[in-house]
Design a protein around this ligand. Structure first.
Ligand SMILES: [Cu+2]
Length: 243
């Protein structure tokens, strides 16, 4: 690599991180080195009788979309009533570990969004893949970020979009009415999504008193206070019900 190329590279790298710094400063979050951080872990459960997953009717592109059975992912209750795809985040944190610079990847595979709920850092590029080799058309419903409606023909395997502002964005496919998903654009790194058992974990948190927000696309929001101590794990249990 020539000296000139190195200079250019340095300028680009500096430019990107400076931009990220400016953006995060606007949201009031500051990256610091976290020593003796604590962890919050826990489980989110569905309150009430667990509903069976609702099967989706596949009405188009059967040769690709009909190969796998699909269920409505807007409410997934697993074993022991564990609630999947709850976004858990700390609402009152101003300093902590660095937000990752790399954006996340969303795949359109088997005519569903994988994953159904995706976390990605604000200011980073989100990679949108089309693994199906058929036409998909991603349509985002956002207010803080520019909304878009973009066809992704079968030959276009990859595109990228930048989401500069923290926001929870609903996505649908205008080609396949059953496809829907969510992109959660984070202003700080203290976010997690519950797994199939409703479990989550958030690590490297500076000790302190926090408020946790639990958001589920169908069941809404609930809050819980939690204290984090140095090098300890705080356990949290939450139930969410239909309103
Ligand atoms: Cu589609």
């Amino acid at each position: 690599m020539t000296k000139c190329m190195l200079h250019q590279l340095a300028r680009v790298t500096l430019g990107v991180s400076f931009q990220a710094l400016l953006l995060s400063a606007a949201w009031g979050y500051e990256a610091i080195e976290v020593k003796d951080g604590g962890t919050i872990s826990g489980e989110v459960k569905f309150s009430g009788d667990a509903p069976a997953a609702e099967k989706l009717a596949i009405t188009k592109d059967q040769e690709v979309c009909g190969k796998t059975e699909k269920v409505n992912e807007a409410l997934l209750v697993g074993a022991n009533k564990g609630l999947q795809n709850v976004v858990v985040s700390i609402t009152n944190i101003k300093k902590g570990k660095k937000l990752p610079e790399a954006g996340a990847t969303l795949d359109q595979k088997d005519c569903r969004y994988a994953p159904h709920v995706l976390l990605s850092p604000a200011g980073a590029d989100v990679t949108i893949l089309n693994s199906d080799g058929i036409l998909h058309n991603i349509h985002t419903y956002s207010e803080k970020n520019p909304a878009f409606n973009k066809a992704q023909p079968k030959f276009r395997k990859k595109m990228t979009e930048t989401f500069a502002q923290p926001e929870t964005v609903k996505m649908t496919c205008d080609a396949h009415g059953w496809m829907s998903g969510w992109l959660v654009v984070q202003e700080h790194p203290y976010y997690a999504i519950t797994d199939a058992n409703g479990a989550f974990k958030i690590a490297d948190i500076p000790p302190g008193d926090y408020e946790l927000k639990f958001w589920h696309e169908t069941l809404g929001e609930t809050m819980q206070k939690v204290s984090v101590k140095a090098n300890e794990e705080a356990k949290v249990g939450v139930e969410m019900a239909k309103k």
